[in-house]
Design a protein around this ligand. Structure first.
Ligand code: BJW
Ligand code: ZN
Length: 252
């Protein structure tokens, strides 16, 4: 059956999960695919919106050129997300958080579905689509309230502290990750015994470095992805399957 882990490997992985003290998980868009969130890459395609490739619209250059277009793109995606729920992959990872002496869930996703499934202290490397931040000062604002009320605010929203335009609180191509977040993830990756890499194409820097860091310090690394990635040949086990089908089988 597709996505079914073969018995010897299943027993090996369950044993490793039972013995592990420090577990590090990196997720990407594929973990939310079974919830209905489109991935950026995969199946030989890349995401395009209104004829603009995602790596152009989700870039620092586009933000500088056309902030309203960037808001339109993220408003469109936020609207899609309103209808979607966490899937068995998110829920399995939320159950794991209390099973180890140390557990770190790090995600490249901005959709907030790990938290919606009950995961705490998720390291969000690329920010969160439900927040806005000022382009001038440190002010941040949640966009959840406006989605509950159904009436979007003005676009771009105006900062209540300094009057400048706000932007989505996400990390676009060509931008730096939030201060300290990658460093924290790298510290956790470097000290884990088990590292899971779930639903990421392992193409985007610097997140792609985290599994390499874990592997380089001796962790056992497991990739879960229906497709092969640049990390597949470097991990200990590459399980070719869907996250929502594979992760729940790893009950231990
Ligand atoms: C399933 C599944 C199922 C399907 N179950 N799996 C040249 C060389 C090296 C680096 C660079 C370079 N040129 C530029 C860079 C740097 C750039 C980069 O890495 N580019 C590469 C793509 C070439 N990185 C950056 O710019 C980063 N910042 C940075 O480096 O700062 C330093 C710097 C500063 C100034 C100038 C230059 C450098 C920032 C990266 C931010 C990424 N942001 C995005 C958009 C966020 C906002 C938004 O959502 O629009 O983040 S890009 C996009 O990719 C998004 C994702 O988080 C990220 C990673 O994608 P992910 O999660 O891996 O998803 P996919 O779609 O790629 O893959 C899905 C996978 O799931 C597939 O493999 C499927 O098979 C699988 N799948 N169904 C399990 N059911
Ligand atoms: Zn401000």
């Amino acid at each position: 059956m597709p996505g079914q882990i073969e018995p010897a490997l299943l027993s090996e992985l369950r044993g490793r999960l039972r013995d592990a003290r420090r577990v590090f998980v990196l997720t990407g868009a594929g973990v939310s695919a079974e919830s209905g969130v489109p991935t950026f890459r995969g199946g030989g395609n890349t995401a395009v919106w209104k004829g603009i490739p995602f790596d152009v619209i989700s870039s620092a250059g586009m933000l500088a050129r056309d902030l309203p277009a960037v808001w339109e793109w993220f408003d469109y995606r936020r609207k899609l997300l309103c209808e979607l729920q966490p899937n068995p992959a998110h829920r399995t990872l939320a159950l794991w958080q209390d099973k180890f002496a140390h557990f770190r869930l790090t995600t490249q996703n901005i959709d907030g579905l790990h938290a919606a499934a009950g995961s705490r202290d998720v390291l969000e490397l690329h920010g969160n689509i439900w927040n806005a931040r000022c382009t001038n000062c440190a002010e941040r604002r949640s966009l959840k309230d406006e989605s509950d009320e159904g009436e979007p605010e003005e676009r771009p929203p105006i900062c209540r502290s300094c009057g400048h335009a706000m932007r989505p609180d996400v990390v676009l191509f060509g931008e730096l990750l939030p201060e300290g977040v990658f460093e924290q993830a790298a510290t956790d990756a470097a000290s884990c015994d088990l590292c899971f890499v779930v639903g990421t194409s392992s193409l985007v820097y610097p997140a792609m470095r985290l599994p390499e860091i874990a592997s380089g310090t001796g962790a056992y690394t497991i990739e879960i992805n229906p497709e092969l990635t640049p990390f597949s040949g470097r991990c200990d086990v590459a399980i070719q399957g869907r996250a929502g089908e594979v992760l729940p089988q790893l009950e231990f």
